[in-house]
Design a protein around this ligand. Structure first.
Ligand SMILES: [Zn+2]
Length: 261
């Protein structure tokens, strides 16, 4: 069988073996999807709203548009067979500007949730840009303060001859700051609607959707509900993300935040 092992920084990440042939239930159109027998969710950037950058694994809510024009979900595609390779196309992703239309036309809860999750992350992209610029600027300021401190503490002649400084290390006691997050009406409305859909689903599966709901409530500024969601996480789901969310909630911070694993 065809096998592709992807390496990134010397690490074996994702093994793709052959393709899955699937069919859309709307019109029977067949597509080929890569198989991922070995999952690796590593990414360069993780965001609290679930967005990942530089991830080799699919990182979306599974929303696609069929060749017949219908919106479809990857999970609803019918498995046909496995193959070494195939000339069949992959189902296309929905362009961001069509997400409102997809929300409007969503025939069921699953489709609406997928579309609203995609729209939530999409609408947060503008903030991500502001955030990255803010954090870069903060790092420049910190670095120049650090450089000035190093110059102050060493002998005058080392400064006089421009003796090289040691390698810069960020001060450990400096708290990261975030630019203000002010979601607009469209963002608020989408997050409110998504939160109530997930809350509805949670009634049937109480341990599910806690991270998503915790994050939505936090971004909406509904901190008590956010706390309740995160505190209710099963023990085995506690990790980097939930601890960070817990801290952000206690700081009354609403911003989507970037972090590393
Ligand atoms: Zn179709």
């Amino acid at each position: 069988m065809n096998e592709a092992v992807i390496y990134q920084g010397g690490l074996k990440l994702t093994i793709v073996r052959g393709v899955r042939i699937v069919a859309a239930s709307c019109c029977g159109k067949q597509y080929a999807l890569p198989r991922y027998p070995s999952m690796n969710f590593m990414a360069f950037e993780y965001w609290t709203d679930g967005w990942r950058v530089g991830s080799l694994m699919p990182n979306d809510s599974g929303l696609r548009v069929c060749i017949c024009g219908k919106f479809i979900l990857l999970r609803d595609l019918v498995e046909m067979r496995f193959a070494d390779e195939s000339d069949l196309p992959r189902p296309e992703k929905i362009p961001a500007e069509r997400l409102p239309e997809c929300i409007e036309q969503a025939g069921d809860v699953e489709m609406e949730v997928a579309a609203r999750v995609a729209y939530w992350r999409e609408l947060n992209h503008a903030y991500r840009e502001v955030y990255r610029a803010h954090r870069d600027q903060e790092e420049i300021t910190l670095k120049s303060a650090w450089t000035a401190d190093r110059r102050k503490e060493r002998s005058w002649w080392k400064n006089f001859v421009h003796w090289p400084l040691p390698e810069y290390v960020r001060y450990g006691n400096v708290r990261i700051t975030y630019p203000p997050f002010e979601p607009n009406e469209q963002q608020m409305a989408n997050m409110e609607a998504l939160a109530s859909l997930l809350k509805q689903k949670q009634k049937l599966e109480p341990s599910q959707y806690r991270k998503s709901l915790g994050e939505l409530y936090r971004e909406l500024g509904r901190f008590d509900e956010a706390t309740e969601q995160i505190d209710g996480l099963p023990k085995d789901e506690w990790g980097v993300t939930s601890l960070l969310m817990k801290r952000l909630i206690s700081d009354r911070e609403r911003a989507p935040v970037r972090y590393r694993m």
